[in-house]
Ligand binder design. Sequence first.
Ligand code: M6P
Ligand code: ZN
Length: 176
Amino acid sequence: MTKVKEWPFGITPDNYPEFMGRSSEHTTRKGKDMAGYFQGTPEPEKVIYEVYEAETTGHICMALTILKPGKVGKEYHMTKGHYHEDQEAGEIYVCLKGKGIIIMQTKDGLNGEIELEPGAVASIPPKWAHRTVNVGKKDFVMLAIYPATSGHDYGSIEKSGFLKRVIEEKGKPRIF
Ligand code: M6P
Ligand code: ZN
């Protein structure tokens, strides 16, 4: 990742666009970028989520994810999800806006989930793959904090997916 000039700052649910403006990497994932991830087929040009990343503070990266509300069929919008290339690297998520669920799993078949609402913080241990799902009706905005050396390993999720999916049933999220 390209280094940006470090600067002291605070991030709140209101001022996060400032971080978007100063980040060094911006990724937009549209339906066409997520072929095979959902059970259904997303509309190719529909934006599912955006990620703004920066190595902000000596060897620590921050990423702001804005997950748009919506579903593909019954399945809520979600991130691709990944393991870390560095198997010792964990991650912290802080929810700024909206309603989400992180689903997690290990290669040994353990799985778990954490619900996120504004102010909630989640700890993702090393070796646990993580994916975020927007189960609300508005943008889900969260900040991720992780070692700059973590790396993203998408391979096994791309191939085999997650053990669990999050769908809407009778107007509510169901994990199955
Ligand atoms: C969080 C962090 C980032 C990640 C982003 C989107 O902000 O975990 O490292 O890139 O979510 O998730 P993914 O890379 O799985 O699409
Ligand atoms: Zn991660």
